[in-house]
Design a protein around this ligand. Structure first.
Ligand SMILES: [Zn+2]
Length: 206
């Protein structure tokens, strides 16, 4: 996890948003390789293991040696090159965060080559996606552990194109910014449809 992402994290529990507290055990440049993020509201602690923030398990007692459980995802049925995706996201200048859900995390390297100065956040990225200086990885259950309205763009992978994830994607997106879904059947509330077709749904948050 990139150290600056700490300001954008939130606890997945249903309580007010509050900054999480980071304690690092091992860094690699600006990336936290090992550490713990703690919630000052409900006092749950979550581990950062091998660079991945794991919100699926609460730390209890002494830290164990373990790896983060990740979810395999099939190749996307949608053919989408980085140039087309960049155009759909309509990001403009550098800076900020773009969130990639599930198998959409596979787009991080291609997008980063086109867009300098943007940091990518992969949520539940499949095991073939590596943690990189341009890509922070987070594992979670049903709540995306990011603050509301923090993302300059969001891409939802085909296997996540269902209502709980899409609702969460909308919450995390900044108003006026784009949501790209690899799937045509979900129409999120509060997002203005801009285009649909070729396996994709593109909208802008109101
Ligand atoms: Zn909490």
């Amino acid at each position: 996890m990139h150290i600056e992402l700490i300001e954008m994290l939130r606890c997945p529990e249903e309580h007010r948003e509050e900054f999480l507290v980071l304690s690092t055990s091992e860094m690699n440049g600006r990336m936290v390789w090992l550490g713990v993020v703690g919630c000052p509201v409900c006092h749950r602690d979550f581990e950062i293991i091998d660079g991945i923030v794991d919100f699926t398990e609460v730390v209890k007692g002494k830290r164990q040696t373990r790896s983060v459980r990740r979810t395999p995802a099939p190749a996307s049925p949608v053919v989408l090159d980085a140039e087309s995706l960049q155009a759909l996201l309509d990001l403009g200048g550098p800076g900020g965060f773009v969130v990639l859900l599930g198998s959409a995390s596979r787009h991080a390297v291609g997008l980063a080559a086109l867009m300098g100065g943007v940091h990518f956040v992969g949520i539940n990225a499949p095991p073939d996606v590596e943690h990189l200086p341009i890509l922070s990885l987070i594992q979670c259950d049903r709540v995306i552990p990011l603050r509301q309205a923090m993302a300059r763009g969001i891409v939802v992978g085909a296997e996540c194109a269902t209502s709980p994830w899409v609702v969460e994607a909308r919450r995390v997106l900044l108003p006026g910014r784009r949501l790209v879904i690899e799937g045509e059947s979900v129409t999120p509330e509060g997002v203005k449809q801009l285009a649909v077709g070729r396996g994709l749904w593109v909208g802008e948050k109101r």
